[in-house]
Design a protein around this ligand. Structure first.
Ligand code: PAF
Length: 283
């Protein structure tokens, strides 16, 4: 596996691959790789000739400095996992490379509406940071395909919208959430849970499953189901931020016409913020 820490060395490889007519797949990550990331790499390997994985803990998308500082950095282990998964190139830029003039002076990409809902409401500026860094990675790697996990459902929709609005010739491929045996969605943040928090954490997914099943019965209003789910999470020891049923296509409020729905939730266990979602057609 090639490793590139600069834009010039990355561009040299990409230019050569493009000349050879190779189809390039990109898996953008922030490192601390787990089986969910490796599944993204596997999907990219299956669909592309060359797979680039980027690892960059993007300061622009963290609205809390302590969350940024606590983000686990496991470069050596990540590298070994990517070699085993047969990634072709690891792009490892640092902040000076990605934001040479500092974050304040950078051009920002903002995807309206979808950025303001749910995660956007609770993490101001987060999605501008995501859209900006993903845009830069797309410009640098120029992939034909890019792979994102469904665990970050709102991020996935936001990136699809950005690609559509800006006419980027990139297919956005979504990959199903990888879960632990007890249902907990895999996340780099899980490693920061205490033993007791780890025991409680799968309840987030159980609550989503219960809510999604109840939606089908149509016996209670959506607001009632959401507030009961919040209550259950509180009783289990979470500090829930939201549990919300939305239209899968654009995350707007559900109407009589909405066919596909998704239930999304964010909740804290101590210092660790967990998110998860479940699409109603997946029940
Ligand atoms: O999902 C992530 O890990 C990040 O938001 C991404 C897409 C790599 C952008 O920094």
């Amino acid at each position: 596996m090639k490793i590139s820490q600069t834009i010039n060395t990355l561009r040299d490889v990409i230019t050569q691959w493009k000349k050879e007519g190779q189809c390039i797949g990109l898996v953008p990550t922030m490192g601390n790789l787990h089986a969910g990331h490796i599944e993204l790499v596997n999907q990219a390997k299956a669909q592309c000739d060359k797979v680039v994985v980027s690892i960059f803990v993007n300061p622009l998308q963290f609205n809390e400095a302590r969350d940024f500082n606590a983000y686990p950095k496991t470069r050596d282990a990540d590298q070994q996992k990517l070699i085993a998964a047969k990634a072709d190139l690891l792009f490892l830029p640092d902040s000076e490379i990605m934001y040479p003039q500092g974050q304040q002076l950078s051009t920002i990409i903002s995807v309206p509406k979808i950025s303001e809902e749910l995660e956007g409401e609770h993490r101001p500026g987060h999605f501008d940071g995501v859209a900006t860094v993903v845009n830069k990675l797309f410009n640098l790697v120029q992939p034909q395909r890019a792979f994102f996990g469904e665990k970050d459902f709102q991020q996935l929709l936001l990136i699809r919208k950005m690609v559509q609005d800006l006419n980027m010739p990139i297919d956005i491929e979504s990959v199903a959430t990888c879960r632990e045996a007890d249902g907990l969605a895999m996340s780099s943040r899980n490693s920061r849970l205490t033993v007791e928090q780890r025991r409680i954490a799968p309840e987030l997914y159980s609550v989503l499953q219960k809510l999604a099943r109840q939606l089908e019965y149509n016996e209670k209003s959506i607001q009632q189901l959401e507030s009961e789910a919040m209550q259950t999470l509180k009783q289990q020891g979470f500090e829930p931020e939201y549990v919300s049923v939305r239209a899968s296509s654009d995350l707007q409020a559900v109407t009589q016409q909405t066919l596909d729905k998704v239930v999304l939730a964010a909740a804290r266990l101590g210092d660790v913020r967990l998110i998860d979602n479940l699409s109603s057609h997946k029940l």
